[in-house]
Design a protein around this ligand. Structure first.
Ligand SMILES: [Zn+2]
Ligand SMILES: [Zn+2]
Length: 371
């Protein structure tokens, strides 16, 4: 089952039935769209843990034949969120027969991660306003790392990113008389080229920053018309807010200055904003302990990853960590048309999630100061 962001209806309904059979103490649906949260409560005071996975797939055609064939045309699980959900369902089965010794565990199935909307929307729900979580943990499979290894990093773990949209407008005219209109065509290539150069001019050598033009369209397919409109979209990336602010200011300024120099109007908007994900060292330590207790290999990373994850919204509110789970050295990268979540990782992921929940409950039980 693969459904794109904000359309995860069938996925959520399948999960709702599955989770009900695990007899959670409460099951909340409709979170931030189609999100679900299943709560397993020990009935005793203790640590409140949130474990998150994602519901959505990517708007990429399913090119690989599965046992039942593709369910949704033009959509596929190329980020492995299907595997994350299956691992969490395994953890739900474990919690169904064995509640944590103290405190409670909430399994969150979050919608719309790929568009950066889901986490913020879920967090704005009354369920989150009324609940207090001591820890929030999420696992993401990572190709390029040994299968079943656990990738840990304290502090910044994943970059912040956001989308910039520059809409250029002039006046269309007959293609025979472009001089009688104002085509954005002249400034179009300059903006594309200048945007890619922005990090060179706005980020120091010690800062990492990137601007990637991801889409550009000039006019329409109309051979008789000189275009009057164009749009350019780019993704901005940085590891901290200060650099991201500088990058944003410079990108907007480049678009406006160049457009104005060519007599073209420019309107700028932003979309899909992901904060940087910052991992709490105590949360990372609990995961490290759980992984070691299972005999899993640990890979400590010193530099954050360049991709973004909207779990950063959770780590900015709760003490938490986003953790990598190696999905194989020979795997194609995430979002690649041939990427598939490896089934052999499911049991490791399930056990790790259950062990993390157990390790946090144990730490709470023993009154250990995790700070
Ligand atoms: Zn993804
Ligand atoms: Zn993902």
């Amino acid at each position: 089952m693969a459904e794109p962001s904000n359309q995860e209806e069938a996925t959520a309904s399948f999960l709702e039935a599955f989770l009900r059979d695990t007899h959670p103490d409460s099951l909340v649906t409709g979170l931030g769209g189609y999100g679900l949260a299943a709560v397993y409560d020990s009935g005793r005071a203790g640590v409140s843990t949130l474990l998150r996975c994602e519901l959505d797939a990517l708007p990429m055609p399913e090119t690989l034949a599965g046992p039942e064939g593709p369910v949704t045309r033009g959509c596929s699980h190329r980020c492995g969120h299907d595997g994350h959900m299956a691992m969490m369902c395994g953890a739900a089965l474990d919690l169904s027969t064995s509640r944590p010794p103290s405190g409670r565990v909430t399994l969150l199935f979050q919608p719309a991660e790929e568009t950066g909307e889901g986490a913020a929307r879920v967090l704005a729900e009354a369920f989150f306003r009324d609940s207090c979580f001591d820890y929030a943990i999420a696992l993401h499979n990572l190709p390029g790392f040994t299968m079943g290894s656990v990738i840990l990093g304290e502090g910044r773990f994943a970059a912040a990113s956001e989308g910039l949209i520059a809409r250029l407008s002039g006046d269309s005219s007959h293609a025979a008389e472009p001089e009688k209109g104002r085509s954005p065509g002249k400034v179009f290539p300059y903006i594309i080229s200048a945007l890619s150069e922005v990090p060179q001019h706005s980020a120091g050598l010690q800062d990492s920053a990137k601007v990637t033009v991801i889409h550009a369209r000039l006019g329409e397919v109309a051979f008789g018309t000189s275009p009057g409109k164009a749009v350019i979209m780019a993704t901005l990336r940085a590891f901290d807010e200060k650099v991201m602010n500088a990058l944003r200011t410079e990108c907007e300024s480049v678009c406006r200055r160049l457009s104005s120099a060519f007599g073209i109007d420019c309107e700028i908007s932003r979309t899909q904003s992901f904060p940087a994900t910052a991992n709490d060292p105590a949360a990372v330590e609990v995961v490290r302990r759980a992984a070691l207790s299972l005999g899993l290999g640990i890979h400590e990373v010193r530099r954050p990853f360049p991709w973004s994850e909207d779990f950063g919204h959770f780590t900015s509110v709760f003490r938490g960590a986003l953790v990598g789970l190696g999905s194989g050295l020979e795997q194609p990268p995430l979002h690649h048309p041939e990427y598939v979540f490896p089934d052999e990782l499911l049991e490791t992921g399930r056990t790790l999630i259950t062990s993390i929940a157990g390790a946090l409950a144990d730490a709470g039980e023993s009154g250990e100061d995790l700070s």
